[in-house]
Design a protein around this ligand. Sequence first.
Ligand SMILES: Cc1cc2nc3c(=O)[nH]c(=O)nc-3n(C[C@H](O)[C@H](O)[C@H](O)COP(=O)(O)OP(=O)(O)OC[C@H]3O[C@@H](n4cnc5c(N)ncnc54)[C@H](O)[C@@H]3O)c2cc1C
Length: 479
Amino acid sequence: MAKTYDILVIGAGPGGHAAAVHAAQAGAQVAIIEKNGWGGTCTHRGCIPTKALLACSRRYAELKKLGRMGVRVADPSFDYAAMKRHQEQIVKISAMGVQKSLKESGVEMKSGEGRILSPSEVEWTAPDGRRERLSARNLVIAGGSEPALPPGVHPSERILTSDGLLSLRTLPESLLIVGGSVIGVEFATLFAELGVRVTLIEMVGQILPDEEGEAAALLTQELKKLGVAVHTGMRMETIRETGSGVQLLAVPDAPGVETRQAQDPPGAHPPGKGDENPHGIRPAGTLDLSADYALICTGRKPRFSAEELNALGIHHNRRGVTVDERQMTNVSGIFAVGDVTGGMMLAHRAMQQGKGLAARLCGGREIRCPEEAVPSVVYTHPQIARVGLTEEDALRRGIAVEVHRADFAANLTARTSLLGPGFVKLLFDRDRLVGATIAGDQAGELIASLSLAMAAGLDRRQLEEWIIPHPTLSEVLGL
Ligand SMILES: Cc1cc2nc3c(=O)[nH]c(=O)nc-3n(C[C@H](O)[C@H](O)[C@H](O)COP(=O)(O)OP(=O)(O)OC[C@H]3O[C@@H](n4cnc5c(N)ncnc54)[C@H](O)[C@@H]3O)c2cc1C
């Protein structure tokens, strides 16, 4: 008789991987199906390749600062092909690590596609086309997410999503980035540090719309220093390939919106005769931009087949598969974790959800994933990291927060190492820490302790008792 697994996971990104490994380690019989690459978006097209390249561009950019410290490097240069090899090597190591941990935990790994037939049955199609029905007591949907493009925009040779841009073998001379959220500003940093002429347009009034206005302003200023032309309050109207590049028209997002421009962007010219426009009329402030390539990063959407979910009666909407706080869908025995459930699309959130689900299914101790304690990091230079509320969020919710603010300029480690500008902002609601933003070098490392503080519900008095080594950058967190 065919084997029945305790848990069958579809998708081996951070969410599915964590669920499978933790469940197998707790003694469950587990199988996992992956159709693309072990490690998912994070390993192949997300966190890992982008951070490998950003590590390269940062080192290169930093060489220019060393002169102030008395270190002289003659004529620094870089080799993009070697940077790409570094990226590929790190991706390989990450994918191998995922496979090794699955194997060592005793998870059955099945390459190919999974399709749910019933709450206890999945059809597995192997890469050679062979099909098999697999039975399980519990199913976990962990299909992740994919780029969401504006209506009418399709990826092409020069109009790329983050997947396409990461596959480019050579460095473009110029790049237009549509969307100033996390992915957009990370790529802007990377390419500008390597000397590419970058223009970024963002529809709302600030880049990183979900972050503290002050953090977004600091990053805007640093991107401008790198030569990035940042245009906020601008909406892409049309985009087309021109053969040797791309051409984009952007218009102010709403009448009366003043467009904030860093400088005239590369390729920008005032609207004139012969410019294409379906109506022949252009609103004031229209930007006509051109570049070698365009990166469209206007968001991501959950990856699932609505037809498959509808056939099973699994509730879902455009934001994702609907789950409760235990990652349960409305259909008994079917669960979902990670990006496919919508919300904050972050690898560590997906992992925590997977780990918590495994513990629950295997009768282990409750492991929660409190949304308010999920940190987020923007890996720009400087980095922007946050946990919990921003001051703007608090205002919107009518919470009168008390703000504690500290500047990197007052921290000796930041000064000695020429870490550049930065600040920490802690928000307290009746002495309870409800939010923290760090803008500056190593913000991603620093936020980890504050997310622990949030998860543990620490208050101001407990944070005052926190003893931080001297001299360190962490002292910037001290009250
Ligand atoms: C450019 C970029 C940079 C990013 N940087 C960061 C970062 O620095 N930090 C961070 O926390 N997050 C980052 N993210 C987001 C992060 O990659 C995702 O949040 C994370 O990968 C989600 O994990 P997941 O397990 O939900 O899904 P995914 O990683 O998307 O994995 C889902 C897997 O399921 C597989 N799959 C789907 N359907 C099926 C099927 N029917 N059968 C078999 N297999 C299937 C897919 O092939 C895929 O491998 C970044 C994303 C991008 C695009």
